[in-house]
Design a protein around this ligand. Structure first.
Ligand code: PLP
Length: 226
């Protein structure tokens, strides 16, 4: 397996993919990619150009980035063009070219993420990805899964369903709202881990509080996760 990308490199690559279809935006990124993030954050001209790539509503200020994420105009145009092209040849496309096309996308995404394409599955969203793992686990009665009450509802519901179907025990911890240290958070999780724990759901950032979880700091997590 290839080494993983740094977060900054990943975001840089992602921006590159999002604007691939519009040359002037690609040029814009290329011209600025050498700048440190703090400096670029203050470059109003750059951000005005990025803003122009989106159809920003005029009658209200859009501060929410959840629920439905706005797509940049060049990405939307490309997306619609693909739908139209597939719609023209319908099942002929599905029985012939779709497999090669999907493989091209899978390989590009794997390059972006720094993994091999065999390790990557494309799903429609976060819920589908996590629920596939939670519901696809070979649960045995008495197994335990560990999660936090602050985790996203769709995944908590899927764990509840597994508890009903397979006798899984869900241990739901509460992440402290005002932790004095990372260690305090780690301790809450560690105390809930038992020899029966088979799966932990730990998010990187709690969307309700903004708390970043110190993933690297727990030795026990590493043992449980192999
Ligand atoms: C914290 C969090 N996790 C997961 C999801 C689900 O994402 P998706 O719609 O990609 O399934 C959301 C959606 O807003 C979210 O806010």
């Amino acid at each position: 397996m290839k080494p993983y990308l740094s977060k900054r490199q990943f975001l840089k690559n992602l921006t590159g993919v999002a604007v691939l279809s519009q040359t002037n935006l690609s040029d814009l990124i290329r011209l600025h990619e050498h700048l440190p993030a703090e400096k670029l954050a203050e470059d109003e001209q750059f951000w005005t150009k990025i803003r122009e790539a989106y159809e920003v509503p005029k009658d209200f200020i859009h501060l929410e980035n959840g629920y439905y994420s706005m797509t940049a105009k060049p990405v939307m145009q490309k997306y619609l063009a693909h739908i139209q092209a597939v719609n023209k040849v319908s099942s002929y496309y599905m029985r012939t070219r779709q497999f090669d096309d999907k493989m091209i996308s899978r390989k590009k995404l794997a390059d972006l993420l720094g993994c091999s394409f065999e390790e990557l599955i494309i799903t429609r969203n976060t819920t589908e990805s996590l629920d596939t793992i939670i519901a696809g686990f070979d649960w045995k009665t008495g197994d335990e899964a560990l999660m936090a009450e602050h985790d996203y509802g769709a995944m908590l519901d899927m764990f509840k369903l597994q508890a009903k179907r397979h006798g899984l025990t869900n241990k739901v911890i509460s992440v402290p709202l005002h932790p004095k240290s990372d260690e305090e958070i780690v301790e809450v999780y560690e105390k809930a881990i038992t020899p029966k724990t088979r799966l932990l759901m730990v998010c990187h950032l709690i969307n309700i509080t903004g708390q970043i979880l110190p993933i690297k700091k727990s030795q026990k997590w590493r043992i449980v996760m192999g």
